[in-house]
Design a protein around this ligand. Sequence first.
Ligand SMILES: [Zn+2]
Length: 149
Amino acid sequence: MNTTANSQIMRCPKCGANNRIAANAQTGAIPVCGRCKTPLAAEAQPVIFTDRNFAAEAEKSALPVLIDFWAAWCGPCRIIAPVIEQLAKELGGKVRVGKLNVDENQMTAARFRVQSIPTLLVLKNGSEVERIVGVQSKEAIRRRLEKYM
Ligand SMILES: [Zn+2]
């Protein structure tokens, strides 16, 4: 953990503004962006990416984006799914974490030449900067993301 003792910076997923959030503020309220009022903790769950929303939600994201390419029939994908959910919680405000079902969204999977699953892609400003193929530990995935946060 590289957060300071009593506050952390959360970057707004919409406008990119940095917001300082008191880590010990146990008010139960979801922090919102000081500039555009977007909830900063709204994405504790992975975002569902599709062919239709991919450009707007992933490629135009102000934050780096981690995308889990998966399918229902893929055994190893079921191993990595809870890791993706944990990363979505832990990296909220720093990295946009989501999933894309390759059977339902074949255009996007083909565009990024996803040959085997699970494949994790990291996009920054719409460009692929990392590709992680196969099951990896949460810590290994975090390490690959750190330089983009
Ligand atoms: Zn904002």
